[in-house]
Design a protein around this ligand. Structure first.
Ligand code: SF4
Ligand code: SF4
Length: 205
């Protein structure tokens, strides 16, 4: 009886998380649309999945696992193999910050796209961080991708002159879409679920 109650609670949490995801997806879509003159994301570009930490909360991990279990057996094997290789590399790593290619990136595409995490959904926009004066710029601005048409890689700043020279009506904007904000308590209260612990994706395995 107790186990059944636990399962019902889990199902409700996931359902509430999905409602939250729907809200976040719609917001992010609007932000990406508003910034479209500066966004160069396209199918096949997966640079942001190749060298990161990928913070994931418990509920995000539970949800991505749902996507994983629905994959064909061959793809699951590839992912499990990736995970084993990354775990081994991490074990032998002696630096400060272990960065890795996401294990779900298969043939340069996300194998669990519909179930991906919050960071995967928001990445690519400029965003603000509470307590920090300067907005954060996606690393791909340095690689000729997002915001690179208005970003000076030498000075590391974005100038209004650049966007005006391009005759783009909407200036580049920084949104409140940091991972900490998007996975904050306010959303847990609003949608009645818990994100749970947070750690790099690879540490969940
Ligand atoms: S956020 Fe940057 S690296 Fe990622 S898909 Fe978009 S352009 Fe490519
Ligand atoms: S889950 Fe998918 S979108 Fe997110 S980092 Fe991994 S491959 Fe990229």
């Amino acid at each position: 009886m107790k186990a059944k109650f636990g399962l019902t609670l889990f199902v409700n949490m996931i359902q509430n998380y999905l409602t939250y995801l729907d809200f976040i997806n719609k917001k992010l879509q609007k932000f990406f649309e508003a910034q479209s003159p500066y966004i160069f994301c396209q199918k096949g570009c997966a640079k942001c999945c190749q060298d990161g930490e990928y913070p994931f909360s418990q509920i995000e991990f539970d949800y991505i696992l749902k996507g994983f279990t629905a994959l064909p057996k061959e793809t699951r094997y590839k992912i499990l193999n990736n995970i084993a290789e990354i775990k081994l590399a991490k074990k032998n790593f002696t630096g400060d910050k272990f960065l890795y290619r996401c294990p779900f990136l298969i043939d340069n595409e996300c194998a669990v796209y519909a179930h991906r995490g919050i960071i995967c959904r928001s990445f690519g926009l400029i965003y603000t961080v509470e307590g920090e004066e300067k907005p954060k710029i996606p690393f791909c601005a340095y690689k000729g991708l997002n915001y690179s048409n208005v970003f000076d890689t030498e000075t590391g700043i974005m100038t209004t002159e650049k966007y005006k020279a391009l005759n783009i009506p909407q200036e580049p904007l920084a949104y409140n879409v940091s991972y900490d904000f998007l996975t904050g308590e306010h959303f847990e209260k609003m949608y009645n679920f818990k994100f749970g612990d947070k750690k790099p994706l690879i540490d969940w395995f």
